[in-house]
Design a protein. Structure first.
Length: 365
């Protein structure tokens, strides 16, 4: 009995000591200082492009000449679309004004020349990230804002189930894009004869298809959905299930200005991360004031000064989300359920979505 009593007392003493340690640890945690702010590197050279944008008070943004869903003018002459919204997000992040943008409409054949010659600061024109453009021509892709693939638009009256049935068909493609090479690869690799009809612009290719100058129109699937939406009888046309290429579309900048590439990359990343963290255009102000999640606080400038790393204000990301919303809001408004295109998220869903996609926000810390 005495041994049992001693054992019980020992257990009680150990438990009391453990509780004391827990209380001490909790008190220490409560009194602990906040996480240290990141060290801002100041010896990196300033971005000449960023300096030029701030000096002129306007972002020169290269966009498509007119592609519904991505970049087009409405009946009031205002630029709308997925890529146009990313231009506005950048203007807000840099200048605090989403309207401080000059939209520069560009064709596929002159978009990279405009970038090289300094006529634009950044190219947001559904451009595919390829090895030849990156390593060969020396352009810098600052991320991917839309994962696409090339397909074929045909008339339902042809009763086709696959692009492999386009034997001897006339296929309209746009010059200066990857579409011509991709279509050629697809048909040659299968030994299928076809007749390419090469047009100077996307609009010209669409119009030729509408006049039945060709049997099929081949382009990025998102572009095909946009073309179908403006045809006289959109329901008379269908996009075949064949996806014949990978087309990671994203913003492009000139080589030699790494800090400017960072500004573009992290503005894109900020709106992606905002969706993952539940930050929307409607709640961003409240989240900036009341959020307890340190990831949200860092994103919106309530904790740390990550904007200084980019040469921007503390609230650069909050300013961007305030005017265009998060990635999901931008997608739905321009390409998804709230748009005439009604495209599914597919690969452009968040990495943790149901089902998951490829959109993945890099951590701000």
């Amino acid at each position: 009995m005495r041994i049992m009593a001693i054992g019980a007392m020992t257990v009680l003493l150990l438990a009391a000591a453990a509780c004391g340690r827990d209380d001490t640890r909790r008190a220490a945690e409560d009194d602990a200082p906040p996480a240290p702010a990141p060290t801002v590197t100041t010896d990196r050279p300033e971005s000449p492009t960023l300096a030029a944008v701030k000096r002129r008070g306007r972002l020169n943004c290269g966009v498509h000449q007119g592609l519904v869903g991505f970049a087009h003018t409405d009946n009031r002459g205002q630029w709308r679309g997925f890529d146009a919204d990313f231009c506005r997000a950048m203007a807000a992040a840099i200048l605090g004004d989403a309207e401080a943008v000059r939209f520069v409409p560009l064709s596929a054949s002159d978009r990279f020349a405009a970038l090289n010659e300094g006529r634009i600061d950044v190219l947001w024109r559904n451009s595919s990230w390829t090895m030849s453009r990156d390593a060969g021509e020396g352009f810098v892709f600052a991320g991917v804002n839309y994962y696409d693939g090339q397909g074929f638009l045909v008339r339902r009256s042809l009763s086709l189930n696959s692009a492999t049935e386009l034997n001897g068909a006339r296929v309209c493609v746009q010059a200066g894009s990857t579409a011509q090479a991709n279509a050629d690869d697809f048909f040659r690799s299968r030994g299928i004869p076809y007749r390419p009809v090469v047009l100077p612009t996307e609009e010209a290719a669409r119009d030729a298809y509408g006049r039945e100058d060709c049997d099929a129109l081949s382009a990025d699937i998102s572009a095909l959905a946009a073309s179908r939406a403006v045809l006289a009888d959109s329901q008379a046309h269908t996009i075949l299930s064949d996806v014949v290429s990978k087309e990671p579309l994203g913003p492009v900048v000139r080589a030699g200005d790494d800090r400017w590439a960072d500004v573009v990359r992290w503005t894109l990343n900020a709106v992606i991360l905002a969706e993952e963290l539940g930050v929307t255009q409607g709640n961003v102000e409240a989240q900036a004031k009341d959020a307890r999640d340190p990831r949200i606080r860092r994103l919106l400038g309530a904790e740390g000064d990550f904007g200084a790393m980019l040469g921007l204000s503390k609230t650069w990301a909050k300013d961007a989300v305030s005017v265009v919303g998060n990635y999901g809001e931008i997608f739905d408004r321009n390409l998804g359920s709230q748009s005439p295109l009604d495209l599914a998220r597919g690969l452009n869903a968040q990495w943790n979505g149901r089902p998951p996609g490829l959109i993945y926000g890099l951590p701000i810390r």
